[in-house]
Design a protein around this ligand. Structure first.
Ligand SMILES: O=C(O)CCC(=O)C(=O)O
Ligand SMILES: [Fe+2]
Length: 323
């Protein structure tokens, strides 16, 4: 039997004036129960309006609809760092393409922008979306702390896992694949199974579907079926380490619709917008003591985020995962 991914409504945190502390504690507990059980959940009441989400997907489309040579005016440099700009290899041949945006105030990685005339307004829009999602992420992280009942010091340590200036916004497009190409037999999953290595990730998706997350108890992948008004949140390695796996880093992948389901035209394209939350690169992430006891001995040594990231991102880059 395939389970479904729970949806947690976080309106008490995003519209605080119309909710009580008791509402927030209840919503926070529901939130952490889902994250403890699965390492992921869908979230409604996240604070972004339908219009805001629609606008983000319109920009996603405008961006990837550009001719390949125009997109290549902001190329992702070779290698995993800096992780900015456009990735997508051959015109018409790519199974996925992406564009990475960071904070304009990131002191380590500079954004790689298209010339303004190529996509007027994109830089300003992407910058504002980054800032918007960074604020939403902070609210979500603080909701976790409230659900966990952390004291002030612990809450502060938790909040250090989200740096406004070091998170990352990605526009992602998995182009439609023709029937002929599917039949050629070289088809691969759209995105191989992996874990995100930051704190946690929030993701908006269109109506196509394909994202699946692995249930840590059964080992089965559960489809994250698109659901209007929700985002998908998955725990990354840093929050796994911080909580000694009380929240497990969630393995996930994107499956292409299978050939038998494809109509004459092939399989449809898919668009997503993930936002990866991470700490300041020099921050050392250590497990909070409250998550360690004799039944749950410490699983992880403290680790510097940039040192961990350098190893994992190189691995993803080599594997072609664009992680
Ligand atoms: O596009 C998706 O649904 C998943 C993307 C993802 O897992 C990633 O970019 O790390
Ligand atoms: Fe991912």
């Amino acid at each position: 039997m395939t389970s479904t991914i729970p949806t947690v409504n976080l309106t008490p945190f995003t519209a605080p004036s119309t909710h009580s502390d008791a509402d927030r504690i209840l919503a926070g507990k529901t939130f952490i129960a889902a994250l403890h059980r699965y390492g992921f959940t869908k979230v409604s009441g996240h604070g972004l309006s339908h219009d805001e989400v629609d606008a983000a997907f319109e920009w996603n489309q405008n961006l990837f609809d550009l001719p390949h040579n125009e997109k290549m005016k902001a190329p992702h440099p070779p290698g995993p760092f800096p992780h900015r700009g456009y990735s997508g290899k051959v015109p018409e041949g790519e199974l996925k393409e992406s564009y990475e945006v960071g904070s304009e105030e990131d002191d380590q990685q500079q954004n790689i922008w298209l010339p303004e005339e190529v996509l007027p307004g994109f830089r300003a829009y992407a910058t504002s979306l980054y800032e918007r999602l960074a604020r939403v992420s902070e609210v979500l992280l603080s909701a976790m702390g409230i659900g966990l009942g952390l004291d002030d010091e612990e809450q502060e340590a938790l909040m250090q896992l989200a740096s406004k200036r070091h998170s990352q916004l990605r526009f992602m497009h998995y182009p439609a694949v023709s029937r002929a190409r599917l039949q050629s037999g070289d088809e691969v999953p759209r995105l191989a199974a992996h874990n995100d290595w930051g704190t946690f990730t929030i993701l908006f998706q269109d109506q196509t579907g394909g994202l699946e997350l692995r249930d840590p108890q059964t080992g089965d992948f559960i489809p994250a079926d698109p659901e209007d008004g929700t985002l998908v949140l998955n725990i990354g390695d840093m929050l796994g380490r911080f909580t000694n796996d009380y929240f497990k880093s969630a393995e996930h992948r994107v499956q292409a619709p299978d050939l038998t389901a494809a109509d004459e035209g092939g399989i449809p394209g898919r668009r997503t917008i993930p936002f990866f939350i991470g700490p300041v690169p020099s921050h050392t992430v250590a497990t909070l003591e409250r998550f360690v006891d004799t039944e749950n001995p410490a699983r992880y040594e403290p680790v510097r985020f940039d040192e961990y990231g350098a190893i994992v991102s190189e691995y993803h880059y080599q594997a072609g995962n664009i992680g």
